[in-house]
Design a protein around this ligand. Structure first.
Ligand SMILES: C[S@@+](CC[C@H](N)C(=O)[O-])C[C@H]1O[C@@H](n2cnc3c(N)ncnc32)[C@H](O)[C@@H]1O
Length: 240
């Protein structure tokens, strides 16, 4: 597959958050995948996506789901989860907004895969997943991301896409980055949320961008910035 990359969207520390970068396709698709992805695009520009349940991605009369995804983040998440090979790993679940988008993309792709979300707390993701009829695709793990990812590595689990959204701190993200080549399938993508955020480097608990710069193995290649997300691909000699 010829992937589109957007190296021109790379940001230096001083430009973080200057703009919420627009969505562009990574896979060679030239229009939205389906009505569900197109629905996400109806979110006004520069507004956070607010999905409603029941009828995720279908109706706007249900119960709003809390979350912090920009439109471009949500569109990229859906695309990556839809085309991923196999299971998807998610660090940071909160109320399940991103989890439900990923799970819906897996259902829509007609493959028999799961999303494995990890969180240190349970903020009611299950009720939202059930309202959206995507609970059967979700295998939630309660616990700190570092320990949970270590267990997954020990169990030999590999994921076709990884969404990192559990912590804004340099330390937490820097602890995860060096482990990613052990859970990501070669050739798969990793999306870092809060990467393009002006608080990184300027507020005490924000260091996502710097942690990625310092600790992500060089086998991960920068693919682009979409919304506040940074996208990387795990490349090996076989899948360059
Ligand atoms: C920004 S929210 C996730 C939002 C969610 N991905 C979405 O888009 O709707 C971050 C979540 O990460 C969890 N969290 C924070 N530190 C963590 C850690 N060290 N390990 C696992 N989860 C963590 C928090 O409890 C919180 O629910």
């Amino acid at each position: 597959v010829e992937f589109a990359t957007h190296p021109e969207t790379f940001l230096q520390a001083s430009n973080l958050g200057a703009e919420i970068t627009k969505y562009r396709f990574t896979y060679p698709i030239y229009s939205f995948i389906n009505a569900h992805q197109a629905f996400l695009d109806l979110t006004p520009d520069n507004a956070l996506v607010l999905l409603t349940a029941p009828g995720l991605l279908e109706h706007n009369t249900g119960k709003p789901m809390e979350g912090w995804l920009w439109k471009a983040d949500a569109l990229k998440l859906y695309e990556m989860a839809y085309f991923a090979e196999g299971d998807v790993l998610e660090l940071g679940t909160y109320a399940g907004l991103s989890t439900c988008i990923i799970a819906q993309a897996i259902v829509d792709s007609s493959r028999n895969s799961m999303v494995l979300p990890i969180d240190i707390a349970d903020y009611g993701w299950k009720a939202n997943a059930d309202l959206n009829h995507v609970g059967q695709q979700i295998d939630f793990h309660l616990g700190p991301a570092i320990e949970q990812v270590q267990s997954l590595i020990a169990a030999g689990r590999k994921f076709g896409f990884t969404f990192v959204d559990h912590s804004h701190t340099y330390e937490e993200v820097a602890a995860i980055c060096p482990m990613l080549d052990k859970v990501a399938k070669p050739g798969s993508f990793v999306q870092f949320h809060d990467y393009n955020d002006p608080r990184n480097g300027n507020e005490p608990n924000y260091g996502v961008w710097q942690a990625v710069m310092d600790t992500l193995p060089p086998t991960f290649q920068f693919c682009g910035v979409y919304g506040c997300s940074g996208l990387y691909r795990y490349t090996t000699a076989d899948n360059l």
